[in-house]
Design a binder for this molecule. Structure first.
Ligand SMILES: [Zn+2]
Ligand SMILES: [Zn+2]
Length: 349
């Protein structure tokens, strides 16, 4: 098959790769129809870290990508919820499907849990074919969803819901979303849908702030006057719920100073190993801090009805289209963070 293959930092190539085989009885093979690039893929692309993995060294080849949709073309004997021909999306990561965590619907707590396409242990879906372990829990039917909605449910929309709700937004309350990539923009929309009265949206890129403003947020560029401005806009109190959706070190550092007394801060961006939070602000403002990797399938039951009822539209997020063979260019453009580049859709078939 053809696939986008990580060959080292800033070196994603469209090349021949061995077809995946069913790796376990509960696996399925999916023929990919469409996929996307995620902000977290850029950590790998930059040769930085995800957890303990250092991508700077290179030397390991694997298919990239954890946001993809397609058609089931083969199933193992222990797959019961899907059959050949089903149109599906896959959660961005999964577990073994056999341990207690997986069997109780918490694959993200599986000792073997990993995202697709961040290493050779679970090949990614920026490829013509991909093996899906734990298929019954990892796949979801795309019936009644548009392709764009389905791609967003693989990660971005689920992670936005996870991150935002862990900042405990209250009806009539105040929310700040720091970082207006696709996840942050969906976070803005969700905050309003869940009843927030004030939503502040922060990003250095003007076109992204413009999109947040159209959704109904009050926007700010980061900088030394950000926290004073937010204090002013909240009557000096600060923001009750802050959702950090970028993982950029400067953005992470801005969160605790803007949280209100007794507020909540939620982090989902992948940090660099030496990123830290200020303990005195957490202690003396009684801030509840949460961070973590989204358990994608557990978000679908809340999100799918919101999408299908039109409460969440995620408008205009896909700004650019590429073919799989143009993957190297797609990564380059996405990495540029140029004005107007939000999310990239890659056609595989
Ligand atoms: Zn992603
Ligand atoms: Zn497991």
């Amino acid at each position: 098959m053809k696939a986008l293959v990580f060959n080292g930092p800033r070196d994603i190539r469209y090349e021949d790769y061995a077809d995946p085989e069913l790796r376990s009885a509960n696996s399925a093979i999916v023929q990919v129809k469409s996929c996307s690039i995620c902000g977290s893929d850029l950590h790998m692309y930059h040769g930085a870290h995800i957890g303990n993995t250092d991508y700077g060294a290179g030397g390991t080849k694997f298919c990239t990508g954890h946001e993809f949709i397609g058609e089931v073309v083969e199933t193992g004997p222990d797959v019961h919820g899907f059959k050949v021909g089903d149109q599906v999306l896959a959660a961005g990561g999964t577990g073994c499907g056999q341990c207690p965590a997986c069997l109780t619907g918490n694959a993200n707590r599986c000792p073997a849990a990993t995202a697709f396409g961040i290493g050779p242990s679970l090949e990614g879906g920026q490829a013509e074919l991909v093996n899906i372990p734990n298929a019954d829990a990892t796949l979801f039917s795309t019936e009644g969803l548009t392709d764009d909605q389905a791609i967003l449910l693989t990660d971005a929309m689920a992670t936005a819901y996870f991150g935002l709700t862990r900042a405990e937004p209250k009806p009539g309350g105040s929310v700040a979303v720091v970082g207006l990539g696709p996840i942050g923009l969906i976070g803005v929309e969700l905050a309003l849908a869940l009843g927030a009265a004030q939503v502040f949206a922060i990003d250095p890129v003007k076109s992204r702030r413009d999109m947040a403003e159209k959704l109904g947020a009050t926007t700010f560029a980061p900088g030394p006057d950000l926290v004073p401005k937010i204090r002013e806009a909240t009557g000096g109190r600060g923001v009750q719920s802050v959702f950090e959706a970028s993982g950029a070190s400067g953005a992470i550092a801005s969160v605790l100073p803007m949280v209100a007394q007794g507020g909540n801060a939620s982090f989902i961006g992948i940090p660099e190993p030496d990123d830290t939070l200020p303990m005195p602000l957490i202690m003396f403002k009684n801030v509840t801090v949460r961070g973590g990797i989204c358990d994608v399938p557990n978000m679908w039951r809340n999100l799918v009805p919101m999408i299908q009822s039109g409460r969440i539209k995620a408008p205009n997020l896909f700004s650019h289209d590429f073919k799989l063979s143009e993957g190297a260019e797609a990564y380059k453009l996405f990495d540029s963070r140029d004005e107007g580049v939000i999310k990239i859709r890659i056609a595989v078939d």
